[in-house]
Each structure stands twice: as C-alpha cells, then as structure tokens.
Design a protein around this ligand. Structure first.
Ligand SMILES: Nc1ncnc2c1ncn2[C@@H]1O[C@H](COP(=O)(O)OP(=O)(O)OP(=O)(O)O)[C@@H](O)[C@H]1O
Ligand SMILES: [Mg+2]
Length: 322
C-alpha cells in the first residue's frame, strides 16, 4: 500500500494536482474505488483543458431509439447540459408526452403550461412556449406534457402531418434574435408520427444504445425507419452518432455488447461510453441534469466527454450532411 500519510510528494516546489494526489495514494491499484476516483479526476482534468467550439452552423440532432428506457432522455438532457455549460446555445425540444426531458431540465410542464403540443397542433409560435433552463441559461427548452399523447391522432388529421415540427421550428429559427449552436430533440420510444416529425425536423440522429443483451435487436428496424424518412421526407437525414449507455465494465456482457456495437458501426459509435451511475438516475428527481447535480462525478464526466466528441466532429458532420 502506498504511503497515504504524506501531504506532499517530494521536497521540490512542485504542487501536486488533485489527480496526482489521488493517483499517488492509490497507485498500487489495491483500492478499486480509489483508482476509479483517480481515473474520473484525470478524465475531468483532460475535459477541462478542452474547449467547446461553436459549429459553423446550427446542428439539428434527434435523440432516437424506439426501445424504451435505453437512455434517450438522459442523453438528450446531459449532452445539452454539457454543451450549455461549455457556453454553447442549445434549444432542447421535448417530443415525448412523458415530459422527462422537461423535468430534468427543471422547466414547468404541467397540463396547463404551454408546450410543444400547442406548437405542433395549435400553431402557437415556439417563442411563446420556450422556457429557459435555470441551471444553464444558454439552454432554452420547448417543454412537453401529457397533452402530447393525443397528438399522434390529431396530427394525422392535418394537411401535412409529418412536417409540423419542422415548419414551426424553421419559422422560429428564421425570426428569433439569437443563434443556436445546437437543436436537440428528445424522442419518445416509438416509431410513430411524433418521431417522424422529429426526424423530418433534423439532419442528424444520435442513437443511444443500452449495453445489454438485446441492444442490437431492433436497431435494424430503427435504421430502416430512418432510411424510409430519408427517402420519403428528408433526404438530408443521417445517423451521425451512436452512444453506448449504462455500461458496466465489471460485466463481460457489457464489454461484449460494446465490442459488438463498435464492430458493427465502427464510424458511428462514439469512443466515450456512459457508465452506469446512481447519480445519473437520481438527478431527474431533483429536476436536474447530472452535470448540475453531481458535476464532478463519473456520470457528468462521461457526458461532458461525449458532448466534446460530438462537438469535435462538427465540421466533418456539417460538410457531409448539411
Ligand atoms: N448511465 C446511467 N446510469 C444509471 N441509470 C441510468 C443511466 N442512464 C439512464 N438511466 C436511468 O434509466 C432510466 C431510463 O433512462 P431514460 O429515461 O433516459 O431512457 P429513455 O430511453 O429516454 O426512456 P423512454 O423510452 O421511456 O423515453 C431512467 O430511470 C434513467 O435515470
Ligand atoms: Mg425518454
């Protein structure tokens, strides 16, 4: 066991960083929690050195996967929070009647609050329903509430049911006195009209994949739907990234799923994976992203790294897809 009693590493003037102290204390690798802490701190230091840059034009990203509970909302919220924390302007659109993204970003979304339902069904302008996230004031949110659950049927009675979100979003973007770096849409777990509205309004799809046994099942169905939307409605649409979520590196299954997904989609799967973390699952009950709730923890560090990776790819993605 390393000498944990020393306060400083040597007699020279070098002042140890927090990472170095943790690494020194746990350098013999006997303490799992300690070495995990050291790694998180080292990664945090690395992320802190990197800066988020403004993409040369607004990136429109839908976070989608028809499978329930794979981390879509957690990803939409925390990637947005990391980008917002990094000084970028983000518009988050909650397209799920569950309103989970609205909860996690701390905006009002009771039945009486103006929401995305009013925007796509009642022609209310987006500016009239947008609320700003308190934790990260560069994040604006179009909230959702239970009213949206009836919208699937109501949309089909409209003239152009698939383009309601796109039309209203484009009008807002053309008139608002502000530049957004990212528009991020959280989709519900289906391949219905609401999701197709989201896919028509964006250029990119970010697919969160839960690191578990059935992870890749259903993915081909999602990819087919994206192709269909591309052929019929939105030729500019493509999957730009996949993100492995709820990864537990202690299990062989989790490692195998990550390896298999990377093998199938080598260019799309982000290098960063999101570890399973209690703080991530706790944060929505405090109406917060994990970036705000536990800024130094594993979950926040993972999502910052993922957001940086997405941000660093901006110019390549824009050249290819916009
Ligand atoms: N990395 C993680 N570690 C621990 N818990 C997580 C993690 N990511 C998500 N969760 C939890 O898993 C559950 C499902 O996550 P989330 O709501 O983001 O999935 P979803 O795909 O949006 O679900 P739905 O399909 O219902 O919209 C939530 O309780 C969330 O807090
Ligand atoms: Mg969700």
């Amino acid at each position: 066991m390393a000498d944990v009693s020393r306060e400083t590493s040597s007699s020279d003037d070098h002042i140890e960083t927090a990472t170095e102290i943790i690494q020194r204390i746990f350098s013999d690798g006997t303490a799992g929690v300690g070495s995990e802490l050291a790694q998180t701190q080292a990664e945090q230091d690395e992320v802190n050195k990197s800066k988020f840059s403004h993409p040369s034009q607004t990136r429109y990203i839908a976070v989608a996967n028809q499978k329930g509970g794979v981390g879509k909302t957690t990803t939409a919220v925390n990637i947005s929070a990391a980008l917002g924390e990094g000084g970028l302007n983000v518009l988050v659109i909650d397209m799920d009647p569950q309103g989970n993204a609205s909860t996690a970003l701390g905006v009002r979304h009771d039945e009486k609050s103006p929401s995305v339902y009013d925007v796509i069904i009642e022609n209310t302008t987006m500016a009239d329903v947008i609320q700003t996230c308190e934790d990260f004031p560069t994040i604006d949110v179009v909230p959702s509430n239970i009213n949206l659950s009836g919208a699937e049927i109501e949309l089909t009675q409209l003239n152009d049911p698939m383009h309601q979100l796109k039309d209203t979003l484009r009008t807002y973007m053309a008139t608002v006195n502000k530049h957004y770096d990212y528009v991020i849409v959280d989709c519900p777990p289906s391949l219905g009209v609401l999701v197709i509205n989201a896919l028509c309004a964006v250029h990119e799809v970010l697919i969160p994949i839960q690191a578990e046994y059935y992870a890749l099942e259903g993915l081909s169905q999602l990819v087919n739907t994206i192709k269909l939307v591309q052929e019929s409605y939105n030729p500019d649409l493509a999957v730009s990234a996949m993100l492995l979520t709820m990864v537990d590196n202690r299990t062989i299954l989790s490692k195998n799923v990550c390896a298999a997904t990377k093998e199938h989609y080598p260019d799309l799967v982000l290098d960063t994976v999101i570890s399973r973390s209690i703080k991530i699952s706790e944060s929505p009950s405090y109406r917060q992203s994990v970036i705000a709730y536990d800024p130094k923890g594993r979950g926040a560090v993972d999502y910052r790294k993922a957001a940086l990776e997405i941000n660093n790819r901006s110019e390549d993605v824009i050249r290819l897809l916009y």
